[in-house]
Design a protein around this ligand. Structure first.
Ligand code: NAD
Length: 337
């Protein structure tokens, strides 16, 4: 089990990154954390407010070599969460996805090599496997990657670059392929916080098509624990699936949320499907489990805790939803749906 003393966490002001910062501060209290985040529409310093004094925060861009180098100097590991992360946005404009998810990852990998960083953890996604609809199999790490959205394509490209650095230069790289993640501090454009906050406001819950697209929903604390396990115990050059061994259709997500918020089911509305929508993702997490990781949250408990969190943090999500950036995307994506 490797230990690290100073870790660069990119994208640490986003959803999973900020949860990971809290997780690492709690589980590895002697470790120093440097957070590099550009604070895009999805990055929010409020996500880190209660831990700001315990970390070094730098506003900067992973695609800028100078930002990468100055924040990485003295670190013995990097965990790269920074990304453009929303599939729907990648369908409207892919360019920022290529810049951050591909070029940015390469800048970080090169800086890590130059500075002799011991380990690089690339946080990836189960979406790189592509659609499993029509089968009942789960993706395993040896499967070929068949990304189908621009978002997934850029995440797969970053994985290939990371592997190429490992194979060509002997860099110590590990990768995680996490499933759909939910929990506190998630930007409310993503399905679960969008449905919760819309339900609380008695607005419609827009379900794509017939609501049959299946996802394996994993609580963010489980995702963070998985990343930490792979960072410390994964083998160099290996990818690890992280998932909750669940399959939940979009229609059930909506139904559970109206139930938990005490709102009428009539708020659930079918909207035209996402173009190229993948209907089923499902990963086999056995390889990560063999490292000692286990998901802890069940779906009913995790969703109930998340609904309660959004009830308790109304100021946080209202401030986000009132910003122009949220309203612009909401309008561009849902106005004609
Ligand atoms: N959310 C999920 O369901 C999920 C599932 C599997 C994997 N992932 C992966 O986990 C990572 C984190 O996802 P998330 O949901 O927390 O995303 P997020 O959109 O909530 O956060 C991304 C963060 O990265 C920052 N960022 C974006 N571009 C940057 C740049 N050029 N330089 C520095 N910082 C930049 C943003 O400001 C933000 O704080 C991503 O790599 C994503 O692909 C997410």
């Amino acid at each position: 089990m490797a230990e690290f003393t100073r870790v660069l966490v990119t994208g640490g002001a986003g959803f999973i990154g900020s949860n990971y910062v809290r997780y690492a501060l709690r589980e590895k209290p002697t470790r120093k954390l440097v957070v590099l985040d550009k604070l895009t529409y999805a990055g929010n310093l409020d996500n880190l407010r209660d831990v700001m004094e315990r970390i070094e925060f730098v506003r900067g861009d992973i695609a800028e070599p100078a930002d990468a180098r100055r924040t990485m100097r003295g670190c013995d590991a990097v965990v790269n969460f920074a990304a453009e992360s929303h599939v729907d946005r990648s369908l409207l404009d892919s360019a920022p996805f290529v810049r951050t998810n591909v070029a940015g990852a390469l800048v970080l990998l090169e800086a890590a090599r130059e500075l002799g960083v011991n380990r690089f953890c690339q946080v990836s996604t189960d979406e790189v496997y592509g659609d499993l609809a029509g089968t009942n199999r789960c993706s395993t790490e040896t499967d070929a990657l068949h990304p189908r959205s621009p978002y997934a394509a850029t995440k797969a490209a970053a994985e290939h670059l990371a592997m190429s650095c490992c194979l060509s230069f002997g860099q110590d790289v590990v990768m995680t392929r996490g499933s759909n993640t939910y929990g506190p501090w998630q930007y409310p454009e993503k399905i679960i916080p969008l449905f919760i906050t819309n339900a609380l406001d008695e607005r419609h819950l827009p379900v794509y098509g017939d609501g049959s697209a299946m996802r394996d929903y994993m609580h963010v604390e489980d995702h963070c624990a998985g990343v930490e396990t792979v960072l410390c115990a994964g083998a160099a050059g290996q990818a690890y699936n992280l998932g909750a061994r669940l399959e939940v259709p979009g229609s059930e997500v909506a139904a559970r949320i109206v139930e938990l918020t005490g709102r009428p089911a009539a708020l659930i509305r079918s909207v035209p499907d996402r173009p190229g929508h993948d209907y089923r993702y499902s990963v086999d997490p056995s390889k990560a489990e063999a490292l000692g990781w286990r998901r802890r949250w069940t779906w009913p408990d995790g969703l109930a805790q998340t609904v309660q969190w959004y009830r308790d943090h109304e100021d946080w999500w209202r401030a986000v939803k009132e910003k122009l950036e949220f309203r612009k995307h909401d309008q561009a994506w849902y106005a004609n749906r």
